[in-house]
Design a protein around this ligand. Sequence first.
Ligand code: SF4
Ligand code: SF4
Length: 391
Amino acid sequence: MTDQKIPVGSRQFLPRSAFEELFAALHKEGYSIVGPKVTDGAVRMQPIGSVAEMPQGIRDNQDGGFYRLEEGEPELWFEYVVGPNGPKEFFFPAQLPLFEFHVQGGRFDLDAGPPQVPKLAFLGVRPCELAAIDVQDRVFGRDDPGTFRCESEPWYLQIRQEALLIAVNCTRPGGTCFCASWGTGPEAAGGYDLALTELKDGFVVAVGSKRGAALAENLSLRAPSGAELELATLKMELAREHMGRQLETPDLKQLLNESIEFPEWDDVARRCLSCGNCTMVCPTCFCCTVSDGSDLSGQEITRTRFWESCFSHQFTYTIAGPERNTIRGRYRHWLRHKLCTWWDQFECSGCVGCGRCITWCPVGIDLTEEAQRLREGSTKHKKRLGVSHGE
Ligand code: SF4
Ligand code: SF4
């Protein structure tokens, strides 16, 4: 590169042969890299050290209750889309030790607090994931206290502050993706440091922040040709037209409010196992619980935060007892939260269209189909009814 600074908002081209430079530049800045890696038959976001650990020439095949990896174009590295996990697993871990203390002569002595916040660079974050991170930023109170209703979460705020996000636009949407319905993909609109669009010879790189621009200074970038930019735009247009699923999003809130007593909920309740998989893979779900444990002597005490699920009956307990005693009530609560009441809490949707809850549901329940059933039902069921308390 010349001495000229790379402007934020510019587009560059990174030849595939120079991709490894990203790893070197990130390591030089002290980042641990989290990127795509095949683990247990799925592409997961994992700590990785080099390009060689990334999947190459692999694509995913996803449908309701179905995920398989298969051979893709040998020259491409990002033909798959989201797997079962994402950055949420690092920003909001499934299990986080909050503190440890021991009893010492009638006193409680603190031994440890939460683990030190790591400095992470995420490589291969998909546009729907960026949207989901934005949702969780609201939940955990990052940046703008006006947009959240919960207490801010210091560990989350710190790890987010440190993190660098390198997005990859989706040129081949998965079978359960519907980000285009929400406008959260397939092209990243913001919230990234760098965003890559993969072509055969390399990547069109959009520079999204000063940190991204500083990182880009270390790479063998060149100006993209007109043909490369045109091809990248074309790939995004094609991806938009080939979403696996669609969701009619306008008036969803009204639909979910009007359909509380519809018989369609009975039908989905007969299929739903209340296993909670959909909440475990969802990049916006944030429910958790806190558990205390001790050793057998009762002297060493730990407090740990775990993910919880609104599909767990125990999670519905309040001071007045369990609130949602049926699978019908729990599924309805989940879907209404995602598509309706999330707006009241956080002024945004609780769904970003990643499709994970469809792929990883063991019985293939598909929220886009369930919403459509309610929509069709609403023309039949004219009467507006109230909520049954305690269901
Ligand atoms: S919708 Fe599917 S994944 Fe979610 S709780 Fe029901 S069976 Fe499990
Ligand atoms: S509700 Fe389903 S499709 Fe929407 S963000 Fe969560 S996992 Fe993705």
